[in-house]
Structures are given as structure tokens and as C-alpha cells.
Design a protein around this ligand. Structure first.
Ligand SMILES: [Zn+2]
Length: 68
């Protein structure tokens, strides 16, 4: 399912602004946190290259685990 998504012409390139790498990963625009409705909804998907997929995840985790 995710593989077919990345094969669509509009999803072949990383969605990160200014990035023109081949998209390798399906990223969830809204973190699904195990919710199947968000996880399986293609309108919540975007293709990202490996680099931006990793950096987006790290940013999110930093925010999630930040303690003040
Ligand atoms: Zn990228």
C-alpha cells in the first residue's frame, strides 16, 4: 500500500521544501500514534527521502520527550 503510494508520480519526490531527492519513506503528516484511521489514510501520507524522514522523526521525538 505504501509502496504503491510512492510510485505515484506526484509522490515520487521528497515533499520537504527545496528537496529534490527520491522519496523513500511514507511519512504521516499527523502522527498516527497507533490510530489506524490516521495511519491508513493516504491523505495523511507524504513521501520523504531517507534524510528528511529521519530528521522529521527526530524533531518530533525531541518535542514529545522534552521536559521543562
Ligand atoms: Zn528530502
Amino acid at each position: 500500500m505504501a509502496k504503491a503510494f510512492l510510485q505515484r508520480r506526484e509522490n515520487r519526490r521528497c515533499k520537504w521544501p527545496g528537496c529534490d531527492q527520491r522519496a523513500r519513506h511514507v511519512d504521516h503528516i499527523i502522527p498516527h500514534k497507533g490510530d489506524p484511521a490516521l495511519r491508513d489514510d493516504p491523505s495523511n501520507w507524504q513521501g520523504l527521502c531517507a534524510h528528511h524522514h529521519n530528521s522529521a522523526k527526530q524533531r518530533l521525538e525531541r518535542r514529545t520527550y522534552k521536559r521543562t
